[in-house]
Ligand binder design. Structure first.
Ligand code: PLP
Length: 398
């Protein structure tokens, strides 16, 4: 096929050429005397990204899922009670993992399209006077439904009740795209990965653990080895890893962290919001369709899940977009399969790249008989972007 593929799934995201080039390196001795410089640079950059002074960033050769498992098996004891909410495929999978690892999962079933239920979390914690619940699991950005949750509000509830449970947050599709504040929100474990906001290939689990989480890990009897936090923290202190790290991924991560810092984290978040608002204008005002996210306060700035009208199959739109226009849109997962398609708007993106996705999705919908007005999505997005001031990361050349 002529031209390049338009990759608009919400992960893996586009890897910038700068990162690709940084990853093209010969292998080297990961036990050399100079290697700790690279390790320390990367870990310091991650501390700034997680907004933590005392938290320990940890890198596992896994995807985000490995970091979910590490959080549960390092900080908890077999059979411990966990409070979680389920409102999409990713929050579901973490609950399912907890179940399969033998924890006592207390799940707040929440409608898909809503965010983490703050009041029901408060009720559940208030009813737990004996502090049986050892951890609260929250998905910061539910990629399946395009919903962001208010982590600060969950922390406030825990503080008001003086509940000592650990707070575990999945920010796999949030970190590097949406504001995340490890220390301010007193998050004990943040779980993330390389292939979303960090603009890298998949294959590196990126997590950050608080001093309280490490203390819990010292007291945990849950068997673990490869994913042991303490082994990692001990080796990292000297600038090394307990086993062979992926050297290209470390150089790539160093470069993507540098790119985020050059743009400025707050500008990166503003860019994601600005781009997301253009996509939402296309969906809501242009196509007159709806988002899976039920209220504006839950709208995700890194992914939009678009509901196709009753009687149409979103999977056919995705297939048409891919086969005919070389555009990869995100599929509807599990409960919303066939009902939604997703546009990922995270990582290395600007307005005109997104215009390709909006135009392609529009053509694919028309081809499938969905009665959207031709050109309406592109017109609404362009109207938004032309009439709102762009953050410095976009159109900065005067
Ligand atoms: C992508 C994603 C995951 C899973 O991460 P993998 O890297 O595929 O293991 C978990 N949670 C959320 C919210 C995600 O978007």
């Amino acid at each position: 096929m002529a031209g390049h593929n338009f990759l608009f799934v919400p992960g893996p995201s586009n890897v910038p050429n700068r990162v690709l080039r940084a990853m093209a390196v010969p292998m080297e001795d990961h036990r050399s005397v100079t290697f700790p410089t690279l390790t320390r640079e990367v870990l310091a950059g991650l501390r700034r990204l997680f907004k933590t002074e005392h938290g320990h960033p940890i890198l596992f050769p896994s995807s985000g899922t490995g970091c979910w498992e590490a959080a549960l098996t390092n900080c908890l004891n077999p059979g411990d009670a966990i409070l979680a909410s389920r409102f999409g495929q990713f929050s579901h999978l973490w609950c399912d993992m907890g179940q399969r690892l033998g924890f006592d999962m207390n799940v707040l079933e929440t409608e898909w399209g809503e965010g983490a239920p703050v009041e029901r979390t408060r009720d559940a914690l208030a009813a737990d006077g004996e502090h049986r619940i050892k951890a609260v699991l929250v998905c910061h950005n539910e990629t399946a439904t395009g919903v962001s949750s208010d982590i600060a509000a969950i922390r406030r509830v825990m503080d008001e009740l003086n509940h000592p449970a650990l707070l575990f947050v999945d920010s796999v599709s949030g970190l590097g795209s949406l504001d995340f504040r490890m220390d301010e929100w007193k998050v004990d474990v943040c779980v993330s990965g390389s292939q979303k906001g960090l603009m890298l290939p998949a294959g590196m689990g990126i997590t950050c653990v608080s001093a309280k989480a490490l203390e819990a890990a010292r007291n945990s009897r849950y068997p673990r080895c490869y994913f042991d936090y303490q082994d990692m923290v001990r080796s990292n202190a000297g600038g090394y890893f307990p086993y062979t790290p992926s050297i290209p991924m470390l150089y790539g991560l160093r470069e993507s962290l540098a790119m985020l810092e050059e743009e400025g984290l707050e500008h990166v978040f503003a860019r994601h919001h600005y781009l997301a608002e253009g996509v939402r204008a296309a969906v809501l005002q242009g196509w007159k369709l709806s988002l899976c996210a039920k209220e504006p306060r839950w709208y995700s700035d890194s992914v939009s899940a678009i509901v196709v009208p009753e009687g149409f199959n979103a999977s056919l739109v995705i297939e048409r977009a891919y086969r005919r226009y070389n555009l990869a849109l995100g599929a509807g997962l599990s409960k919303v399969a066939g009902k939604v398609f997703r546009i990922g708007h995270l990582g290395d993106l600007n307005e005109l790249m997104l215009m390709g996705a909006i135009a392609g999705a529009e053509m694919a919908m028309l081809d499938c008989g969905i009665p959207v007005t031709p050109g309406s999505g592109v017109a609404a997005a362009s109207e938004y972007w032309r009439t709102h001031e762009a953050p410095p990361g976009l159109g900065g050349r005067s």
